[in-house]
Design a protein around this ligand. Structure first.
Ligand code: SF4
Length: 48
């Protein structure tokens, strides 16, 4: 639903919320998983 909660908590500011998508800088991600925890609809998941 692109509420932007994940973008607001990323300590590295790696998530950009767009109108119908998320832009995510995977190379800079430190895998803290805060963004996964705050999503109210559990829309994010870790890529194995
Ligand atoms: S897991 Fe990556 S994208 Fe998510 S909050 Fe942490 S650093 Fe940011």
């Amino acid at each position: 639903m692109y509420c932007g909660e994940c973008a607001g908590v990323c300590p590295r500011n790696l998530i950009e919320v767009r109108e119908i998508s998320l832009n995510f800088n995977e190379e800079e991600c430190k895998d803290c998983q805060i963004c996964l925890q705050v999503c109210p609809v559990k829309a994010l998941e870790k890529k194995e």
